[in-house]
Design a binder for this molecule. Structure first.
Ligand code: SAM
Length: 253
């Protein structure tokens, strides 16, 4: 199963680079063998290999259809940059759980140092992890990974979503859970059944030290609602996954 934007052109599929090497060297595929390819925008096809050489695989489309693997709600995850390689875990598992994009950001208590020059390499790695996870999960798209943003820049994006959910453990302790918020969101969608666009949600998760009260209030002023994910404190790399699972359940996936 391969996803690579732009590789499907009419009846022809061409795989290059890593994908081609994987098929020829690891899978030892030959002419006549079949694989599934996705153009990265949700169109998926069964293709038969016509010609295979180390660095290039040419195939023809046997059947095409829209991918059925995408959630009916578009869910993006904004994750305050965690320590070490934890963001890789969030991207890998979050992609399997259906997230459509990941937006790393810096907030007040972000503990890691952020150097834009070094980050360029990490960004490539995050994108590679998203592609591999999308292929393993048979997703119809590869989730986008945003450039690391400032808290202010993240707040400015809130207006682009139907709902922004800021995961805030203080709300969890007070009992303001995600469930009523998601049920209300689903209820509004049912009333607005004719709406053309795919409903969009942004889940915002804080760093190891969490969000402070000011940040929670700023997020609310920018249109977010603060939600709890239960009475237990989750690790920063666990929170988005728990939220994605709950959202997937509520949206009927
Ligand atoms: N100290 C631990 C760590 O190192 O990962 C826990 C960090 S927790 C404060 C990190 C983030 O996860 C929070 O900012 C929040 O976004 C989310 N989170 C964790 N538990 C949560 C809960 N019960 N309800 C809502 N959000 C939660």
């Amino acid at each position: 199963y391969f996803i690579d934007p732009g590789q499907i052109d009419g009846d022809a599929v061409v795989l290059l680079g890593e994908d081609a090497r994987h098929l020829s060297t690891v899978m030892r595929a030959k002419a006549g063998d079949e694989f599934i390819a996705c153009d990265g925008s949700g169109r998926e096809c069964l293709a038969e290999i016509v010609n295979i050489e180390g660095g290039r695989v040419e195939a023809r489309v046997l059947r095409a259809r829209a991918s059925e693997a995408e959630m009916s709600w578009r869910v993006e995850v904004a994750q305050s940059l965690p320590k070490g390689d934890k963001l890789e875990t969030v991207i890998q598992k979050g992609t399997e759980a259906g997230a459509s994009a990941f937006l790393p950001f810096i907030s007040k208590r972000t503990v890691v140092q952020y150097d834009a020059r070094k980050e360029a390499k990490r960004l490539d790695r995050w994108r590679k992890i998203a592609k591999e996870a999308a292929e393993q999960a048979h997703r119809g798209i590869v989730p986008d990974i945003g450039e690391v943003a400032s808290w202010k820049a993240l707040l400015a994006r809130f207006g682009a979503y139907d709902r922004v959910l800021l995961c805030y453990e203080e709300e969890g302790r007070r009992g303001a859970g995600l469930k009523p918020e998601l049920e209300a969101f689903a209820g509004r969608l049912r009333e607005d059944a004719g709406a053309a666009s795919r409903p969009s949600l942004l889940v915002v998760v804080g760093p190891e030290g969490g969000f402070d009260e000011d940040e929670a209030r700023q997020a609310e002023a920018a249109g977010a609602v603060c939600v709890g994910l239960g009475k237990r404190i989750l690790r920063t790399e666990t929170a988005a996954l728990v939220a994605l699972a709950a959202i997937g359940y509520e949206s009927g996936e």
